[in-house]
Design a protein around this ligand. Structure first.
Ligand SMILES: Cc1ncc(COP(=O)(O)O)c(C=O)c1O
Length: 400
C-alpha cells in the first residue's frame, strides 16, 4: 500500500516551479539569467500599508483572530465591493484567507463531491485544475484560442455545461494571458449561466486593478445581479498592492458557502496572519493613489515587450487588456532547430532551449493548458525587459 494518498497521485507537480528551480540552479552556477517567470509585482509594498502593520504590532494585535478574519477587514471588503462594483455584502458574507489561493481552495474543499465538474477555460492559472483534483472534483478544461484573444465564448461555455457542473471559474484579467473580458463579453457568458441555475460562479478578480487602455473591469455579480446568490467573488491584496508575501486574500458570497469555507479553514490554518490582516485593512481603506501610476508603468512595459516580441518572425503576441503577462504564440517556430541541433517540437523545448542557450526564464504554455505559447511576466525593470527581449529575438533568429 502506498504511503502517499491516492488524491495526491492525481495532482501533478507544478511545471512553473520546475522552470523557476532550473533558472535558480543556472543562476547559482554563475549564469546571468533574466527571470520573467515570477507572478508578482517587482515594486515594494506601499509605505502606508507597512506602517499599518508596524502599528498593529506596537498595539499588540498579535494574537489569534476569528478563523476567517477580523471584523474590520471584513467591513473593509464590504466597503470595497460597494465602492468598486456597487455590490452589497455584509461581514457574514466575507471570508478572509491566507492569500487568494486559500480562499479558492477553501471554496472547492467546502463544495466538491466526487463527480462534480468545474469548468476551467484554458489557458488557466496553474493551480485551478489541481485544486479541483485535490478537492475530489473533476476539472473540465475548455480551450480558448488566439482568434478570440484567449476568451471563452458563450457557445463554448454552453456546450461545456452538464448536469454535473458545479462551478464555472472565471478569471479576468487573466493569468497567464492578461485577457480581460469587456462588459459585453462577460454579459454573453452570464446570459448562458442564467439559463443553467445549478451552476455556481467562482470569479477570481485578482488582477482587477491592473488594467490598461481604459479597460473597464467588471465582475459577474455586477454585470448580472441574477447571479449574486450563486457567485463567489474572490480577490486579494497580493497583486494590486504588491503584497504577495503578506498572504491575504478574500471572498464574498452567500452566507452558507462562507460558513462552510470557515469550517474548512478553522480545521486547517485557522486565521490568516493577524498583522497582515491589519495591513490589508489599510490597503483597502487607505489611499489608492499609487494604483494609477503603477498601472501606467505596467502598460508601458507591456507595450515595450509586445513590440519587441512581435518583431520576431514566428512569434504572434496579442495585446492583452490587463495583468502583467503576455502569452505569445510560437506556432511559427515549431519545427525549427537550434544551432546545436535541438528540434523545437513544443513550447516546453522552446522554453528549455531559451533558458539554456539565451539565459531567459519564461514559462511554457503547456503548463497553463494551451500550446504552443509561452508566458512572459513583465513585472521587471525596463532594462531587464529590453535585454530579455533582445535575447529572445537573437535566439529566435538563430533557429533554422
Ligand atoms: C489568477 C490568480 N489567482 C490567485 C492567485 C493567488 O494569489 P495569492 O498570492 O493571493 O494567493 C494568483 C497568484 O499568482 C493568480 O495569478
Amino acid at each position: 500500500m502506498s504511503f502517499l494518498s491516492a488524491t495526491l497521485s492525481r495532482v501533478k507537480p507544478s511545471p512553473t516551479v520546475a522552470m523557476t528551480a532550473k533558472a535558480a540552479e543556472l543562476k547559482a552556477a554563475g549564469r546571468d539569467i533574466i527571470g520573467l517567470s515570477a507572478g508578482e509585482p517587482d515594486f515594494d509594498t506601499p509605505q502606508n500599508i507597512k506602517d499599518a502593520a508596524v502599528a498593529a504590532i506596537a498595539a499588540g494585535k498579535t494574537k489569534y483572530t476569528a478563523p476567517d478574519g477580523i471584523i474590520e477587514l471584513k467591513q473593509a471588503v464590504c466597503a470595497k465591493m460597494k465602492r468598486d462594483h456597487g455590490l452589497e455584502y455584509t461581514p457574514a458574507q466575507v471570508s478572509v484567507g491566507t492569500g487568494g489561493k486559500q480562499t479558492l481552495y477553501n471554496a472547492f474543499m467546502a463544495t466538491l463531491n466526487p463527480g462534480d465538474e468545474v469548468i476551467i477555460p484554458a489557458p488557466y492559472w496553474v493551480s485551478y485544475p489541481d485544486m479541483v483534483l485535490l478537492a475530489g472534483g473533476t476539472p473540465v478544461v475548455v480551450e480558448t484560442s488566439l482568434d478570440t484573444r484567449f476568451k471563452l465564448t458563450a457557445e463554448q461555455l454552453d456546450s461545456a455545461i452538464t448536469p454535473n457542473t458545479k462551478w464555472f471559474i472565471f478569471n479576468s484579467p487573466s493569468n497567464p494571458t492578461g485577457a480581460g473580458y469587456s462588459r459585453a463579453e462577460l454579459k454573453a457568458l452570464t446570459d448562458v449561466l442564467m439559463r443553467h441555475p445549478h451552476v455556481w460562479v467562482m470569479t477570481d478578480d485578482m488582477y482587477e486593478h491592473l488594467a490598461y487602455d481604459g479597460f473597464e473591469f467588471c465582475t459577474p455579480a455586477q454585470v448580472e445581479p441574477g447571479l449574486y446568490p450563486r457567485t463567489l467573488t474572490c480577490n486579494g491584496v497580493s497583486k494590486a498592492y504588491a503584497m504577495t508575501g503578506w498572504r491575504i486574500g478574500y471572498a464574498a458570497g452567500p452566507v452558507e458557502l462562507i460558513t462552510a469555507m470557515r469550517k474548512v479553514q478553522s480545521q486547517s490554518t485557522s486565521n490568516p496572519c493577524t498583522i497582515s490582516q491589519w495591513a490589508a485593512v489599510e490597503a483597502l481603506n487607505g489611499t489608492q493613489e499609487f494604483l494609477a501610476p503603477n498601472a501606467a508603468l505596467f502598460k508601458r512595459r507591456r507595450d515595450l515587450v509586445i513590440s519587441m516580441l512581435n518583431a520576431v518572425d514566428g512569434i504572434d503576441c496579442p495585446t492583452p487588456e490587463g495583468a502583467f503577462y503576455v502569452y505569445p504564440s510560437i506556432a511559427g517556430l515549431i519545427g525549427k532547430t537550434t544551432p546545436a541541433g535541438t528540434l523545437i517540437d513544443s513550447d516546453e523545448t522552446f522554453c528549455t532551449a531559451l533558458l539554456e542557450k539565451a539565459d531567459v526564464a519564461v514559462v511554457f504554455g503547456a503548463a497553463f493548458g494551451l500550446s504552443p505559447n509561452f508566458r512572459v511576466s513583465y513585472a521587471a525593470s525596463d532594462a531587464a525587459l529590453t535585454e530579455a527581449c533582445t535575447r529572445i529575438q537573437r535566439f529566435c533568429a538563430s533557429l533554422v
